[in-house]
Design a protein around this ligand. Structure first.
Ligand SMILES: [Zn+2]
Length: 333
């Protein structure tokens, strides 16, 4: 039986239709990139990328030279521009300005790995430290009203290179999906004086049917109104509204939980392609009750014409089943 579910944080509706999982080849996993794929993100090929903006390096090594562990540079093929220009309005096609904002690539390992879960805990700590540093830098520079760190992993996710990397994109507007969350959370706070995240997490922790793990200050869960099979969120039990406001302790614990969660997903479906995005409050606006979190969506062929055409989702795998499967997966610490 198909069921309608609404996500409390975004207000988004989803159709949960378990019968659709019975379709032939319903959950076919796309192929990963070939192992011998060209790897311009590898250590030693720094000259092939734009000059670095930040790197975690061995002492004594020089920028744009080998010796780095995490390396950030501007995207060679940016979706945005860093040069403000005024563009004329043209009838209904109102264009006030160029799409100004940073677009950066964060290469997460000097050697070839496909997924962060293949790195050590210390290496993942350095990666999330870099996410935080770049978000802090753009806040200080006032580069854009909203800057998002996200990841495309695998050919089905929109990634064009296999080597593990994240991206950071700043936009001159606040993305509508984020606005929807801020509206819900702010309204709840105005009505109750409480954080929607607190109340929502409390009920999920009591029910324990969608929780994958709950330790070290983070709840990992498959949300009630999961858009796709295996959608997984990492939510701090008591975190700041913005990711860049995490302290070092929060960050180290987050690195461990993120790595474990990716391990579980990759154990369940090896080479799983996925997207994740860090959701955070905007730089210059307070959203009472809001809390940063990470949303991960496996890309196993669930986004079709209805989803694309209407912006609503039909999901075949109940999040309760997905959570149970993920919980059963072994992790290496
Ligand atoms: Zn969110």
């Amino acid at each position: 039986m198909a069921e309608l579910r609404q996500d409390p944080i975004s207000g988004r509706w989803v159709i949960l239709a378990p019968d659709r999982a019975l379709r032939p080849h319903a959950e076919q996993v796309p192929l990963a990139f070939p192992v011998d794929a060209d790897d311009p993100f590898a250590e030693g090929r720094e000259a092939e990328t734009p000059g670095e903006l930040l790197a975690v390096r061995e002492p004594g090594t020089l920028p744009d030279q080998p010796g780095w562990r995490v390396r950030v540079f501007p995207n060679k093929y940016p979706a945005t521009t860093t040069t403000p220009i005024t563009m004329p309005a043209n009838g209904p096609f109102t264009v006030g300005a160029a799409a100004v904002g940073p677009h950066e690539v964060i290469v997460e390992s000097p050697r070839f790995v496909r997924c962060l879960s293949e790195l050590s805990v210390t290496a993942v700590e350095e990666v999330v430290w870099v996410y935080r540093e770049r978000l802090r830098t753009h806040r200080r520079l006032r580069s854009a009203p909203y800057v998002m760190v996200f990841k495309n992993q695998g050919p089905a996710s929109g990634a064009t290179l296999a080597h593990a990397h994240a991206q950071l994109l700043g936009t001159p507007w606040i993305p509508p999906g984020m606005e929807a969350e801020y509206t819900q959370v702010a309204r709840y706070f105005a009505e109750t004086g409480r954080s929607l995240f607190d109340d929502w997490l409390q009920s999920e922790r009591q029910a324990r049917v969608r929780v994958v793990s709950d330790a070290a200050g983070y709840v990992v869960l498959c949300p009630y109104a999961s858009r796709v099979s295996g959608e997984t969120w990492i939510v701090p039990t008591n975190g700041p509204s913005r990711f860049e406001e995490c302290d070092d302790f929060d960050l180290a614990r987050f690195a461990r939980v993120l790595r474990q969660t990716l391990q579980r997903l990759q154990q369940l479906i090896p080479m799983l392609p996925y997207n994740f995005a860090i959701h955070s409050a905007p730089y210059e606006r307070e959203v009472p009750g809001y809390r940063w979190h990470l949303e991960l969506i496996p890309r196993v062929g669930n986004i079709g014409g209805f989803e694309w055409g209407g912006g609503s989702y039909v999901n075949a795998l109940p999040p309760e089943a997905a959570a149970a499967q993920l919980q059963a997966m072994p992790i290496t610490g």
